[in-house]
Each structure stands twice: as C-alpha cells, then as structure tokens.
Write a protein that binds this ligand. Sequence first.
Ligand code: IPM
Ligand code: MN
Length: 368
Amino acid sequence: MGSDLAPGEVAEPKHAARTYVVTHLPGDGVGPEVTDVARACLDVAAGRHGFGIDWRSCDLGAKRYLATGEVLPDAVLAELRTSDAVLLGAVGSPQVPPGVLERGLLLRLRFELDLYVNLRPSKLRPGITGPALTTSAGRPEAPELDFVIVRENTEGLYAGAGGTVHKGTEFETATEESLNTWAGVRRCVRYAAQLAKTRSGRLTLVHKTNVLTHAGDLWARIAAEVAAEEGVELSYAHVDAACLWMVDDPARFDVIVTDNLFGDIISDLGAALSGGLGYAPSGNLNPDRTGPSIFEPVHGSAPDIAGRGLANPAGAVLSASLMLSHLGEPAAAADLDDAVSAVLAAGAPATTGEWEKGLLAALANGGS
Ligand code: IPM
Ligand code: MN
C-alpha cells in the first residue's frame, strides 16, 4: 500500500530480521495505560508482518521531575537519539508548574530532535458520534471528515523568543515573538505538499495573512512556490474561517498546512469533530530521519481518570499506526488503523480493558 508511506519514503523489501528499536516513554496519568495497549497491538502487528520491535523504556515526566528535579537529562536525550522511534504516552501533573514539562521536555525534544512536522490526522469513523453531527448547516448525517493537519513544529510562537521587562510594575511588558524562517516554513510546506500528492492532491494553507502580514506573506509565497513545484492544488483559508468550515463543510479539507500555534488550536477542533481527544493521534516527525520521531496521543495525562481503567487507548493505537507508517511498515500500520475502526463499528467500548480485548481480537481476525 504505497499510499501509506510517508512522503519520500521507499518501501523496503521484507526480510525476517527487520527489528526496530522503539523507546516506550509512558509518562504520567493515563499515559502508561494507553501505551500499554498500543504496545500490545504493535507486538501483534509486528508478529503478523514479520518484523520485531526491540523495546526500550524511559521514565521521563512529572513523576521523575517531582522525585529528582530532572526534566530531560542530556544522557537520556543521547539514549533516545539511538532509537528508531519513540512511543510517548503523556506527561504532566497538576503538581508541576505550567511550562516546566511543556517547554523543558516536550518542546525541547521537538527542537533537539528537529521534529519539524507535527502530523495530526482527523478522521470521523463510523460508530463515532459527536458534535460534528449537529452543525449550523443542520446536516442530518455524519459529514465526510478525513483530513490531516501538518503543523509546523519548531518555530512560530513556540520558538521561545520574547521576554518580560519592567516586571512587577504597571509597565510590565511581556512579548512573545513568532519566528518564521524561510527554510523552516519551506521544509514543512514541502512535507505537506508531498503528503497531499499521496492523497487527493489538494493542499490548503491556513494562516491569517490579512493581519499577520509579515509571516503571512512568507507562508503564502512559499506555499505557492512549493505547490507549483510539487504539482498540487493549493487553496487558502484564514484560520478563523477554517474553524467554521471544519465544522460546516469539513470535506473541503484534505491536507492542511499551518504554523505551530494555529496547528495546535485547529487540531483540537479536528479532534472534537472526529470523536474527541481520545481518538486523536499525532506524530512529531523528523522527515529527514536525522533522529527518531515521536508518536503520542494528543489527549494528555488526564489525571482525573488515571488509574481507573477508563482511558480510551484509540489515540495511542492510532499514533502507533503513524509510527509504523513512518518506519516503512504500511501494511502493519493499516492493520492498527483498521482494528480501531473494527472495534468502533461494534460500538465504542467504555473501558480500556474492553478496548484492548476488542483491538486484539480485531488484529487476530483481520489484517493483511
Ligand atoms: C499538543 C500540546 C502541546 C503543544 C503542549 C502540551 C506543549 O498541547 O501537543 O498539542 O502545545 O504543542
Ligand atoms: Mn495542543
């Protein structure tokens, strides 16, 4: 299934000794519960498709920070670099101040490993009910919703440029600067255009070029150039209008490319429209493969339901599917994606355990 390959990826001939080193970083809250299910599914899929996974483990996250003060020791980062991929659950806890793990761990990993694409697919599968079913257009049926957001992942407002002056006075001034480099925007748009070629050939740039005229102009020029070079059809939507259309007419989108913060925001909307955060996967990709990519469900650590067997592992399993595509195992990736759809077709389970049972049964029955 060539269409499951990431852009630029070539299917490798199958041979029995294929083994991938994958670091399991379960993290906090529901992270361990959902990634344990994903891991079990990955092992089954690997067995069926003749490759192996050499699991390593890593205990970064709130627990380690609260116990030791460590966020991302250099030695751990060096170890992570030797993996083929990382499966991340979620990190975070209400006991850790905002920003410590977000900037110190998640964003540092994105920057250090040059994970410049954040791939966020949204697909409304049969069996999912949700807000997408009742739109202002009064649509009686589930809309066709199957798009991928390619979010730039190392620049924009996330780059960390800015600061505070005159702190504690009435003139205290806080700035956050959005960094957009020609090379950074171009490589992200290139990835999105190549992905579009493997799908419908349609690419939409989402930005706010009417107000953010400096960054918007750079993004728009690059998108036009790259779309022409890659031979894809380019359209444009302002980010506010894109939100409206994602609800009212999601079929107009196939591959969306956008900057870091817009991508963060609209991908949560995409998740809400396709079943909720429990179903939302992500891949933090280094498309140039100069280091491992990181795959994680978008839902976060959800401390309110942690340890109660209620977490939905679909987002983690779909992230594992993205991981297999990236590793060049499209058939195994499709099996995991199909297993989630098969479980849903029989009615969404209420517990993590029922999900696991259903997924493993689907993998045993189906598969290519
Ligand atoms: C996400 C999260 C992160 C982000 C946070 C936790 C740093 O919201 O992966 O979408 O903003 O990118
Ligand atoms: Mn987010």
